[in-house]
Design a binder for this molecule. Structure first.
Ligand code: GLN
Length: 545
């Protein structure tokens, strides 16, 4: 079978959810038996989003092979229940760097290096990929049509559509249909302009997916079809939903996946197998209990900063018929006088990953509170490091215990840098990244949570580590290293004895949770939190996260 290519562009405004539309289409096609991959092209000049503040671009998602990528790759993995790699996220920075490096190597000797053809050729090469085993490659183009930055990408799509031939390439344009409440009208003009803008760049959209808060009428569909040169059945509504996981089914009901397959002359005989997906949605919408998890972090005003954690809690909650409500707590706001106020109604405390000094004190107080009051606790990455510092200070009585991240000259660095990391000058892409092996200690809670597996693999994204000089002191005092990297001896997980559940993990379990396969650590954390404190869902007046 000749490989098929879907391109997803965005119009009118950003943040319409191209990632979710791409992931939904991928999921629907996969559920019909096609081999799918989704890639994201980002038109910024960072080589990857690893150096970006989460407030700029949301969470940085890490793949198994250690790439720091756009958060949309998290959606792809969660919807498709399959992993992505560094090849699934390409930035302008990467493209331009490759071309400039090639120029220095003399690959274009004699030629003037230009956006067209050199940059566009490099983009096309990346879109087409190496010989990969997929039937359909979905490529999401970041940004909005009309942005200066995305012009080389749009030109590459134009060329590819032409070169691939009519039935091998397809463009889906995601736009917004604003609703004017005063007149009660849905407006199509911004979409018309956006489609025209694409056409000015030589691209005819094949399918329009229209974000809207109201259902669109047949009239609107016909009008859009007429003015935008698409068939009426190629105008797909994407109405605002309560949860993103509803979207694939809503699109499927309008034959979205079928229209795509028809365009490619691919078979639609096998209908999508959505049993597990629908089962998930049914369970999500009918929880029995509600719990409140305190999520302590410093980027809490932008929830996208913790996207994978939020989704992992949703997956785990749904599995347990629990609606998980997140109580967002800014670590900077916590002090020893207001702890009760923040934590009196919560079922569990999660300290989020993070970087830098700000808000450290509030996090240490939160870990202390969870430890002393026997409240279920999960510390992720920086969250584990905080739990270690807190334990050192208040149990081991090392008052000056610190991380070298906060103080490079700390006298008692319970969290410190590995030798390799000490010589690193360049910041981007140099942390401990991606899948690492971890041996679990038999008899520990984490060992049973992972189904008594002796070895697990989890993804990493951090520079600092538990300082093994202190290992014995911690162990003797009841904080046990229950996960160790067998190759390096680095501590991967710390668990407290005599506590309902107090676990810190140096890795990021949230990256591996999917709708179909919730992560065992989150599943357990949610269960144990429910046992600690839960509410009858029916009596709560707060239907969604
Ligand atoms: N800042 C810490 C480190 O670099 C933790 C990183 C994280 O939480 N992802 O080790």
């Amino acid at each position: 079978m000749k490989k098929k290519y879907v391109f997803v562009t965005g119009g009118v405004t950003s943040s319409l959810g191209k990632g979710i539309i791409s992931a939904s289409l991928g999921m629907l096609l996969k559920s019909r038996g096609y081999k799918i991959t989704i890639q994201k092209l980002d038109p910024y000049f960072n080589i990857d989003p690893g150096t970006l503040n989460p407030y700029e671009h949301g969470e940085c998602f890490v793949t198994n092979d250690g790439a720091e990528t756009d958060l949309d790759l998290g959606h792809y993995e969660r919807f498709l229940d399959q992993t992505t790699t560094k090849d699934n996220n390409i930035t302008s920075g990467l493209i331009y760097k490759t071309v400039i490096d090639n120029e220095r190597k003399g690959y274009y000797l004699g030629k003037t290096v230009q956006v067209i053809p050199h940059i566009t050729n490099e983009i096309k090469k990346r879109i087409l990929g190496k010989s990969n085993p997929y039937d359909i490659v979905i490529t999401e183009i970041g940004g909005t049509v009309g942005d200066i930055e995305i012009l080389p990408y749009i030109e590459s799509v134009r060329q590819l559509k032409w070169e691939l031939g009519e039935n091998n390439g397809l463009v889906i344009h995601l736009t917004l249909l604003p609703y004017i409440s005063v007149t009660g009208e849905i407006k199509t003009k911004p979409t018309q302009h956006s489609v025209r803008n694409l056409m000015e760049n030589g691209i005819q959209a094949d399918i329009l997916v229209c974000r809207t808060e109201k259902h669109i009428s047949k009239n609107i569909r016909n009008k859009l079809a007429l003015f935008c040169n698409v068939k009426p059945e190629h105008v797909i509504e994407s109405i605002d939903t309560r949860i993103i996981y509803d979207i694939p089914c809503l699109l499927h009901r309008q034959n979205f996946d079928k229209v795509v397959l028809n365009h490619f002359n691919l078979s639609t005989i096998v209908s999508p197998n959505l049993k597990k997906w629908k089962n998930f949605i049914r369970k999500y919408k009918n929880p029995k209990y509600e719990i409140k998890i305190a999520l302590v972090g410093k980027y809490v005003s932008l929830h996208d900063s913790y996207k994978s954690i939020i989704e992992a809690l949703i997956h785990a909650g749904t599995k347990n018929e629990i609606h998980v409500r997140i109580k967002w707590i800014h670590s900077g706001a916590i002090n020893d006088k207001n702890m009760e106020e923040y934590f009196n109604d919560i079922s569990g405390i999660l300290i989020a990953p993070g970087f830098g000094n700000r808000g450290i004190e509030g996090k240490i107080l939160s870990a202390k509170y969870a430890r002393e009051k026997n409240i279920p606790f999960l510390g992720i990455c920086l969250g584990m490091q905080i739990a270690v510092i807190e334990f050192a200070k208040n149990v081991l009585k090392i008052q000056e215990a610190e991380s070298n991240e906060t103080n490079p000259y700390a006298s008692y660095p319970v969290i410190s840098l590995m030798k390799e990391q000490k010589n690193i000058i360049q910041k981007g892409g140099t942390m401990r990244l991606g899948n690492c092996k971890c041996s679990l200690m038999e008899g520990s809670k984490i060992f049973s949570i992972y189904g008594e597996k002796k070895e697990i693999f989890e993804r990493h994204r951090h520079r600092y580590e538990f300082n093994n000089i202190y290992l014995e002191d911690f162990s003797n005092a009841g904080m046990k290293p229950v996960g160790i990297n067998p190759e390096t001896g680095l501590v991967e997980a710390m668990e407290l004895d005599n506590h309902v559940f107090f676990l810190g993990v140096q890795f990021h379990p949230e990256y591996k949770s999917t709708v179909i396969t919730p992560h065992p650590l989150f599943t357990y954390f949610v269960q144990i939190s429910k046992n600690y404190k839960s509410f009858d869902y029916q009596k709560q007046n707060t239907p969604y996260v």
